[in-house]
Ligand binder design. Sequence first.
Ligand SMILES: NC(=O)c1ccc[n+]([C@@H]2O[C@H](COP(=O)([O-])OP(=O)(O)OC[C@H]3O[C@@H](n4cnc5c(N)ncnc54)[C@H](O)[C@@H]3O)[C@@H](O)[C@H]2O)c1
Length: 360
Amino acid sequence: MAIIRVGVLGLGQGRSHLRAFQMLEGSNVVAVCDQNTILAEHVARDLNVDVCHASYESMLDDRNIDLIVVATPDHLHGQHAIQALEAGKHVLSEIPMATTLDECRRIIELTDRSGLKYHMGNQVRYAFCLRDVQRLIQAGDLGDVFYGEGEYLHEMEDIVGHREADHWRIHPHTPQTTLLGGGPHAIDTLRWLMGVHFVEVQAYHATQQSRWQTTHTTIAIFKTSNGGIAKVTVSYGMKRPYCLYYSVYGSDGSFERTRDQGGSVEDTTNYLYHSKVSGARRMLPVTVPNWNNPRIQRQHALGHGTMEIEQAQHFLRAIAEDYEPAIGPREAARSIAAGICALTSADSGGGQVTIPTFDE
Ligand SMILES: NC(=O)c1ccc[n+]([C@@H]2O[C@H](COP(=O)([O-])OP(=O)(O)OC[C@H]3O[C@@H](n4cnc5c(N)ncnc54)[C@H](O)[C@@H]3O)[C@@H](O)[C@H]2O)c1
């Protein structure tokens, strides 16, 4: 397999992807770039990366880079991914894919035309605790799926509490939105678990503000492509430990994660399951390996441990063997368009909005 030469743009969460690609045989991390040049030089030195580009333009011109990881603030992902594809680079982008439908369409167009690969990094699809259950649901174990719930509940103190007031996540011009910030972990993962597209939405914001004066809580109700319904809640203000919750209900059974999930570095977690196959008269508590391998997460200080390593490995394989990545441009656009349309609905007080499905 040819070695893919990786450049990483944005060195907060980007460092996690950097280390994931460094751990894999099929890639070399050859360059980094951050507008904070002191940070970039520090990361390059610490993590043994040869080239530190002073600007994104210089990184785009670098012929020694095959793949760019886009890990800049949310509102820049679309523009940065488009520039990378135009420069002939594959793209692994952090969530969200983009913040406008036009940018999503442009990314699809560029990948269609060039054959370059694009993957949106919702690493939650690689969580040990969800993979097996997703396979069971896709194999029909729950029958005809008619309802699902996804929640991203994260009081952002740990992420934003230590930031300056002009940090992009809380800056009045670029605040991280609920449904495109943590929201993709809820929306994209729920769509994947249910095996559906979201086709129409009505959504509402709570009028309360987080303590950083950003949106506090948003709820979105979706119609799904198979005639079912789904509900997504994202809260940045809920006083409770971090939680990614999912449930899926079908004609033959039900899956519910617990909302009491323990820490991300614990070895196991639980969910409740009931189906014709399990045959139980009650919801069966199932103990499964946690999100990822906690030892690897601790050992290598990777943000999301094996989830990011497997995601990087999957993307390298998709490039080498020329197949559509799991969260390729259309699949990413379906989830991000659902978030964009839900925000349009919530921002305008809850009207119905049709979501493009990008099937063409
Ligand atoms: N998938 C996940 O679970 C997960 C977790 C954390 C963050 N994220 C996402 O990763 C992205 C980055 O978040 P973060 O927490 O690392 O933020 P951050 O503010 O810590 O880091 C962003 C970095 O990008 C740099 N940057 C900004 N504009 C730039 C530009 N034009 N050119 C070059 N560098 C630029 C900043 O200097 C900063 O170092 C966000 O989209 C966030 O939502 C995802």
